[in-house]
Ligand binder design. Sequence first.
Ligand SMILES: NC(=O)c1ccc[n+]([C@@H]2O[C@H](COP(=O)([O-])OP(=O)(O)OC[C@H]3O[C@@H](n4cnc5c(N)ncnc54)[C@H](OP(=O)(O)O)[C@@H]3O)[C@@H](O)[C@H]2O)c1
Length: 365
Amino acid sequence: MRMTDKTYRVIQWATGKVGTIALRHFIENPIFELAGVLVTDASKAGKDAGEIAGTGSTGILATDDVETIIATRADCVHFAPARQDIEMVCRLLRSGKNVVSALGPFYPTDRCRADLEAIEAACRDGATSFHGFGIHPGFAGDILPLTLMRVMERVDHIHIYEVVDQLANPSNYIEIMGFGRDCEELLASPSRQPEAPYFFAQSMALVAESMGRTIDNLTTKLEVVSAKRDIPYPGGVVKAGTVAGQHYEWTGWYRGAPLITYHFYWKMGDQDLSEKWSCGDTGYRIVIEGNPPMELTMPEPKTTEGGVRYISLWTAMAGVNAIPALCEAPPGFASHRELGVFGPQGLTGRRPAQSGTFSSPELEP
Ligand SMILES: NC(=O)c1ccc[n+]([C@@H]2O[C@H](COP(=O)([O-])OP(=O)(O)OC[C@H]3O[C@@H](n4cnc5c(N)ncnc54)[C@H](OP(=O)(O)O)[C@@H]3O)[C@@H](O)[C@H]2O)c1
């Protein structure tokens, strides 16, 4: 059977920025049949999924009861909660539902081995499959450079640039990332968790191992720039002299040479930074040094859609579009390498939504 002839019963797990976009797509794309919605926010429980997604009514009511969801028959769960919960992922897999998760794991590395083994065991029990999805990790730093280098004859060093402007799109990440902190103090004690590079190293390992190489070691750097003057934003003020820009640089090395570097530029606008970075516009940029040199940009459109950034849309769709392929895959953990080349289903011939906007109130990185 061709995939296009099939429909897939799906459950949306959590309706934040990513989950709400996926939910709306499940309601609107006829290849999907919405089977359930899990919410943690009690005020959303009992609401029609369409009310949460900003579409017409669906007859599917959101629930905060996990057991109801476990008992619901579905082909796949699009898992997008705020916190990782491998035990819950395994319950879903054992209950006979495939799972795509925005929280990974994305690719086997030593650091996520225990989670992977648990997932593999649950997949065996439930005859189901699992895929970790996202824009980064999950796309911009792994499958995208791998695809680009297929027309190259020599690869020297792969760079991925993620540029986020928190002044243009303020979010709670201004505080979480430590904007407004003392510069020296942030350098000594960065706001990003020490484990974060190893989380992204799953994407590095996917690239390296697909090329027949390994990531031998990982190094990290952090530079900050300060605010030239006070920078007001809706939730407060980044005071002059405090952190207004952060550049994290994580490099995976192979035999003493840098193979892949992830650059994360997070800033409070451009005008009032003590140093202007030439990091490009917001979005993602893939630069591959080699022959021929390769460069591809994924600029984030300046506009937002109903208050939701495209980074959330890219993330949501990375999971949604993998569902048909995952449902057809043999049981087990499926990274991009196992899923291989697949075509997203049901994207053509769709008209823009007639009514409603996304309901997520918060903006994000
Ligand atoms: N790989 C990538 O590239 C990538 C990119 C973006 C995001 N992500 C990940 O995707 C997930 C969703 O992102 P998002 O931007 O949609 O986040 P979000 O807007 O903060 O939404 C998360 C949702 O999780 C539920 N939730 C709230 N508190 C929770 C808790 N303590 N435990 C479990 N769930 C809770 C809520 O769902 P209800 O409102 O339905 O109750 C909330 O709306 C996050 O884990 C994020 O790290 C990955």
